[in-house]
Design a protein around this ligand. Structure first.
Ligand SMILES: Nc1ncnc2c1ncn2[C@@H]1O[C@H](COP(=O)(O)OP(=O)(O)O)[C@@H](O)[C@H]1O
Ligand SMILES: O=C(O)C1=C[C@@H](OP(=O)(O)O)[C@@H](O)[C@H](O)C1
Ligand SMILES: [Mg+2]
Length: 177
């Protein structure tokens, strides 16, 4: 982590939107590092995300997550990928103010298809597809509210990256006018 400048972009959106995947490709394209806050939580705690949910509950995970997000957005100058539920914590939304936040938007069916066979604890439900759709519906407004840019994530990762870069460049140009 490098202190002193803002992240190039902070990626938000639901599970499976590609925050980790597109984040890595975006960082590569920009020649900077990716910080994925879920990975940072795992590194700091020495536990997996499912283990934290199981041992400390979702509330315990959210507390760790909020601390990590606040640290990372204040110190990392590369790309930051958040976990899908991070923005539901008020302290995280406060930490995002003034940053370039990109919402990777995807529909419930396409998003769920990408994570159906993963170990995401929130999808350990009797009907995971229904659960995914409920969680997305509950969060959609918040993703929009925190976002500086909304990008269609239901495309090839490199196409998503190119779109983000073009949109960030046009924002920078219009700021200079
Ligand atoms: N744009 C994309 N097109 C196709 N598959 C994708 C895309 N982005 C991510 N994936 C796949 O979807 C799954 C979840 O991606 P991930 O980056 O972990 O999403 P998130 O971090 O938003 O939960 C992974 O298997 C990944 O390879
Ligand atoms: O949506 C969520 O609440 C979560 C999303 C996950 O990250 P991804 O969005 O990267 O899958 C991870 O933080 C945890 O399983 C909780
Ligand atoms: Mg992720």
């Amino acid at each position: 982590m490098t202190a002193g400048s803002r992240p190039v972009a902070v990626l938000v959106g639901p599970m499976g939107a590609g925050k980790s995947t597109v984040g890595a490709a975006l960082a590569r394209s920009c020649g900077v590092d990716l910080c994925d806050t879920d990975e940072e939580i795992v590194d700091r705690s020495g536990r997996s995300v499912p283990a934290i949910f199981q041992e400390d509950g979702e509330a315990g995970f959210r507390t760790l997550e909020a601390e990590v997000v606040a640290d990372v957005v204040a110190t990392h100058s590369g790309v930051v990928s958040l976990g899908g539920g991070a923005v539901m914590t008020p302290a995280v939304r406060e930490a995002l103010v003034g940053h370039t936040v990109v919402y990777l938007r995807i529909g419930a069916e396409a998003g769920f298809a990408r994570v159906a066979h993963s170990d995401r604890p929130l999808l350990a439900a009797p009907n995971p597809a229904e659960r995914y759709a409920e969680v997305l519906a509950d969060r959609e407004e918040t993703y929009r509210a925190v976002a500086s840019l909304v990008v269609d994530a239901d495309r090839d990762p490199q196409v998503v990256v190119d779109d983000i870069l073009a949109r960030l460049a046009s924002r920078t140009e219009s700021e200079q006018e």
